[in-house]
Design a protein around this ligand. Structure first.
Ligand SMILES: Cc1cc2nc3c(=O)[nH]c(=O)nc-3n(C[C@H](O)[C@H](O)[C@H](O)COP(=O)(O)OP(=O)(O)OC[C@H]3O[C@@H](n4cnc5c(N)ncnc54)[C@H](O)[C@@H]3O)c2cc1C
Length: 278
């Protein structure tokens, strides 16, 4: 049971959502946006999150878009992980979201909720980082479309009143050769020890990780090291691991040394796999 009362709103337009947010904020309700509610509900039950009002974005048509327009795939923030996996326009994204939680929960979790959750893993972001996707955001003042790498610094840097409306992915990334590997401590359905997603764009590998550090990462420096084919695989991988730009996680799932050991094997398999492709 959630140990406090809160108001529930489901506006039909983005403008109404923003206006509601401002009004509820002024009323001291500390409003939050609501996607699938899986994080909000579990945190509220554990007394880890309080709000006097939630604003459900699932009634906003733009947040439910799932379509191709010009040379882009557009996915609304209220689209569920199940829908993304079933429609399957971007196989790397499908594979990634199919390994988040279980089937029942995937039916609830929205793309926007996974990207904006407080959980450190946010695995759906990995293919978006690799495909240089754009994020459409609406705030009180304006609507903006930003490259994900310009918006992402350990997390998507949004103000409290801003809503993710959509994600835009350039078609050219959708059918590139890809790899997705999720290693967990024990069970198949679990938080990642390390999840690695990668694309191979005409021999150039791009790679992103969740579970390795305190937040998902994509490092251009690591990609340069991995793509330097004049150096042996073993040396490239060891140098990549030495150049992870943030501290490697050390928690109950595994020590940082264990994660480095696992990562070595994952990168070795990745280089071998992409060697076969090219
Ligand atoms: C058992 C279980 C296992 C899980 N395992 C994993 C895992 O291994 N890897 C992983 O990555 N995730 C995992 N998750 C999912 C993760 O923990 C969150 O529950 C989920 O991503 C939240 O999505 P939601 O749509 O339910 O968001 P909500 O709970 O509705 O919202 C989450 C946050 O996002 C904000 N938000 C939602 N939509 C928007 C929007 N459009 N614009 C701006 N802000 C928004 C909300 O205000 C809130 O702060 C797991 C969840 C469960 C329950």
């Amino acid at each position: 049971m959630i140990p406090f009362d809160f108001e529930y709103y489901k506006p039909d337009t983005i403008e109404d959502a923003i206006q509601l947010f401002n009004k509820l904020e002024l009323d001291g309700k500390k409003p939050i946006y609501y996607g699938g509610g899986t994080e909000f509900i579990s945190m509220a039950r554990m007394y880890n999150k309080y709000t006097g009002a939630v604003i459900d974005v699932k009634g906003i048509p733009e947040c439910n878009v799932f379509e191709f327009k010009n040379d882009n795939l557009i996915i609304g923030s209220a689209v569920t992980l199940t829908k993304i996996a079933e429609e399957n326009p971007f196989p790397l994204l499908s594979l990634t979201v199919k390994r988040i939680a279980d089937h029942t929960i995937q039916d609830k979790i929205t793309l926007g909720g996974n990207l904006m959750g407080t959980i450190i893993y946010k695995e759906a972001i990995l293919p978006l980082l690799l495909s240089n996707s754009e994020i459409v955001v609406q705030g009180d003042i304006c609507k903006k479309t930003l490259k994900i790498m310009d918006l992402y610094d350990k997390k998507l840097q949004l103000a409290d009143d801003e809503i993710i409306i959509q994600v835009i992915i350039d078609k050219k990334f959708l059918q590139l050769p890809y790899s997705h590997v999720k290693r967990t401590k024990n069970e198949k359905i679990d938080y990642p020890l390390i999840t690695m997603a990668a694309l191979n764009d005409n021999g150039k590998i791009s790679v992103a990780f969740s579970g390795l550090c305190e937040h998902p990462i994509r490092s251009i420096d690591i990609e340069k090291i991995l793509n330097n084919n004049s150096v042996s695989k073993d040396k490239r991988i060891k140098k990549s691991i030495d150049n992870i730009p943030y501290e490697i996680l050390h928690d109950i799932s595994g020590s940082s040394e264990y994660r480095k050991f696992i990562l070595y094997g994952m990168l070795y398999e990745l280089l071998n796999k992409f060697e076969e492709v090219s």
